[in-house]
Design a protein around this ligand. Structure first.
Ligand code: ADE
Length: 233
């Protein structure tokens, strides 16, 4: 999979060199390229924003530098890319959405700041036959300073679903929210030692009785989901 990320803060994406995503890159499963939007600005101040038509607070990112940046990426891409725009006004990003992203050959993230990106950018790339489509996603009902943190979230959620990225092929299957598990949170987990600061690991988990253990885990997951996320039951 190839992922390009365009931002006015390319250093914000440095964590993509670490951990799971960094390892996927090292293993050749993933090609990540980060671009500075200001390299495509046309004036001497390297401006990328301007005041909104119709008035109102804040600034809007101009279509021109975005068009130049995205066309440059398309020019050296093999497959038609999907344009992903993180925005609090987007469709909800969730586990099924992450699975869909993970199935695509090439993703391009356009990280907006300020009041967002001129709406003609999304409209233009949605109509382009050499782009696969445009996806506008929100990672939750809160407003971030820009799309970078949201792009990091979406990239990590998608990359861990690429075959070969997780060490144990099974480990994505019983995650909270996965299709197989149903819409339930995972219950509590424990490891050694069996007693820590007077707190003991539930006896059933030490019993070796796989049937009882599975039933116990299912019940704890059900309880937790009811308590914390009744909307998922
Ligand atoms: N940009 C700002 N807030 C955001 C959010 N909640 N999700 C995605 N992108 C954003």
């Amino acid at each position: 999979m190839r992922i390009d990320i365009v931002s006015i803060f390319p250093q914000y994406l440095a964590p993509l060199e670490l951990s799971l995503v960094g390892k996927a890159r090292d293993a050749g499963l993933l090609d990540v390229r980060v671009h500075d939007l200001r390299d495509h600005a046309t004036d001497k101040h390297r401006s990328v924003d301007d005041t909104p038509y119709g008035g109102g607070p804040g600034m809007v990112m101009m279509a021109e530098p975005w068009g130049a940046a995205l066309d440059a990426i398309r020019a050296d891409a093999k497959a038609d890319p999907w344009l992903v725009i993180p925005t609090p006004s987007g469709y909800r990003f969730d586990q099924p959405t992450a699975t869909t992203l993970a199935s695509h050959e090439h993703l391009v993230f356009a990280c907006g700041r300020y009041e967002g990106i001129d709406a003609r950018v999304a409209e233009h790339y949605a109509a382009r036959s050499d782009w696969a489509g445009v996806l506008e996603y929100s990672i939750g009902d809160y407003v971030l300073g820009g799309g970078e943190a949201a792009a990091l979230v979406m990239v990590e959620a998608a990359v861990r679903l690429i075959p070969g990225v997780l060490g144990n092929a099974e480990s994505a299957a019983d995650d909270s929210f996965s299709k197989e598990a149903g819409p339930a949170l995972e219950g509590p987990v424990f490891t050694k030692p069996p007693k820590w600061r007077e707190l003991e690991v539930p006896e059933v988990l030490l019993s070796g009785d796989h049937g009882r253990i599975a039933a116990w885990r299912k019940e704890r997951a059900r309880e937790r989901t009811q308590q914390r996320r009744p909307d998922l039951t």
